[in-house]
Design a protein around this ligand. Structure first.
Ligand code: SAH
Ligand code: SF4
Length: 344
C-alpha cells in the first residue's frame, strides 16, 4: 500500500486523517508541530505521541518522500542545488540561495514543463507531470532541516524552479497555505513569490486570493511578434491581456509586480526594444529584473554583453522604469532552471 504523504495535507485535512485513525484531534496539532516547527522527519522522535500511534504512522504515512540524489554547491558557497527523486522515480531540482541575510528556496512545481520556451532547459525536456502540494512543501523542508543545523531558517520561497506554477494551481496554492499556516511553518504571505510565464486566468485568480503573495512575470519581449517566439504561450495570452491582468494584480494586492527579462544578444536587447519595454510598463506598479540569458545546451542564444546590458538599462532609467540587473547566481553549478536534471 502506498503511504500517505503528510506534507500533502493542510492542518484541517490532517485533523480529519488523524481522527479517522481513531486518534483525538489534538494529536494532529502535535504532529503538525513536529513536522513544521521542530522539523522532525522520523516518527520515532515524536516523543509526546503514544508509541502505538507512532507505529501506526510509520506503517501508513511518511514525511520524507523525496530522495536527494546529488547536491552541488557553488564555489562561493552561497548557492546549493539538489536533485531530488520522487517516489515514482522522476527527478526534479531545488535550489537554496543564501545572500543579503536571506535564505531563499527556489522550488519546482512540475516535472518538466509543457510551455516550451526555447531558452529554458526545463522547457526543452518536455512535460512529465505535476508535483503534489506535499512534493513542493518537502523541497522547502529539505533545506529547512539543513539550515536548522546551522541555526538558520528559510526566509523566502520562490516558485522559479522547474515547471509553471500557475499550470499546477491547486497544488501550488495548497503548498503556500500549508507553509503559511500559523500552527506550523508560519512563513508570511509576503515571503512567497510565484513566477509565471504569464497565464492570464491564473494571475486573475491569484489576485482574488486572501494571501497576497509576490508575483513575478517572465516577459522577455515587449512586442507580440518577438514574444510569440521566446514565450510561445504568448499566442494564447498576448501582451495587452497580460499587462491588464498584472495591473489588476497590483491594484488588488497593493504589491508591485516583478517582470523578468532575459537579455539575449542581438535578439531582444537593442535600444528600440528597451524603449518599447519602457512604454509597455510605464504607469504600472512594478519592478524590472534584467538577466543576461543563461546558455543551455539545447539553444544557441547568447547572453548580452555588458555594454549592451548597460545601454539597455540606461534607456529604461531614462524612462523612469525601476530596474535591477541580476548577475547569474551559481552559474558554475548550473543553477539555471532545469540544468542539473538535464545533465543527470
Ligand atoms: N515557469 C515559470 C517559472 C519557472 S522559470 C516562468 O517561466 O516564469 C523561472 C525563471 O527562469 C523564468 O523567469 C524563466 O524565464 C527564467 N529562465 C529559464 N531559463 C532561463 C535561461 N536559460 N536564462 C535566463 N533565465 C531563464
Ligand atoms: Fe516552462 Fe517557465 Fe521554462 Fe517557459 S521558462 S518552459 S514556462 S519553466
Amino acid at each position: 500500500m502506498e503511504k500517505i504523504l503528510l506534507a500533502d495535507l493542510s492542518y484541517e485535512q490532517l485533523v480529519s486523517w488523524v481522527t479517522g485513525q481513531g486518534e483525538p484531534a489534538f494529536r494532529a496539532t502535535q504532529l503538525f508541530e513536529w513536522i513544521y516547527r521542530s522539523l522532525v522527519s522520523g516518527f520515532g522522535a515524536m516523543a509526546n505521541l503514544p508509541l502505538s500511534f507512532r507505529q501506526k504512522l510509520a506503517d501508513l504515512a511518511t514525511t520524507q518522500s523525496l530522495l536527494p540524489l546529488e547536491a552541488v554547491t557553488s564555489a562561493d558557497g552561497l548557492t546549493t542545488k539538489v536533485l531530488l527523486q520522487l517516489p515514482d522515480g522522476e527527478t526534479m531540482e531545488s535550489v537554496l540561495m543564501s545572500y543579503e541575510g536571506r535564505q531563499t528556496v527556489c522550488v519546482s512545481s512540475q516535472v518538466g514543463c509543457a510551455l516550451g520556451c526555447p531558452f529554458c532547459a526545463t522547457g526543452q525536456s518536455g512535460f512529465k507531470r505535476n508535483l503534489s502540494a506535499g512534493e513542493i512543501v518537502e523541497q522547502v523542508l529539505h533545506f529547512a532541516r539543513q539550515l536548522q543545523a546551522r541555526d538558520a531558517a528559510i526566509s523566502n520561497v520562490v516558485f522559479m524552479g522547474m515547471g509553471e506554477p500557475l499550470a499546477n494551481y491547486e497544488a501550488t496554492w495548497q503548498a503556500i497555505r500549508i507553509l503559511n499556516d500559523r500552527r506550523g511553518f508560519r512563513l508570511g504571505a509576503r515571503r512567497f513569490t510565484i513566477s509565471t510565464v504569464g497565464l492570464v486566468p491564473g494571475i486573475r485568480r491569484l489576485a482574488q486570493e486572501k494571501l497576497a503573495v509576490g508575483l513575478a512575470v517572465s516577459l522577455h519581449a515587449a512586442d507580440n511578434a518577438l514574444r510569440d517566439r521566446l514565450v510561445p504561450v504568448n499566442r494564447r495570452y498576448p501582451l495587452a491581456d497580460l499587462i491588464a491582468a498584472c495591473q489588476e494584480y497590483a491594484q488588488h494586492t497593493g504589491r508591485r509586480v516583478s517582470f523578468e527579462y532575459a537579455l539575449i544578444e542581438g535578439l531582444n536587447d537593442g535600444p528600440r526594444q528597451a524603449r518599447e519595454l519602457g512604454h509597455l510598463l510605464r504607469g504600472l506598479l512594478c519592478h524590472l529584473n534584467l538577466i543576461p540569458v543563461n546558455p543551455t545546451p539545447g539553444c544557441t542564444y547568447r547572453p548580452s554583453s555588458r555594454e549592451r546590458v548597460m545601454a539597455f538599462r540606461r534607456e529604461l532609467n531614462r524612462m523612469g522604469i525601476a530596474n535591477t540587473v541580476r548577475l547569474e547566481r551559481g552559474i558554475d553549478i548550473q543553477a539555471g532552471c532545469g540544468q542539473l536534471r538535464s545533465r543527470f
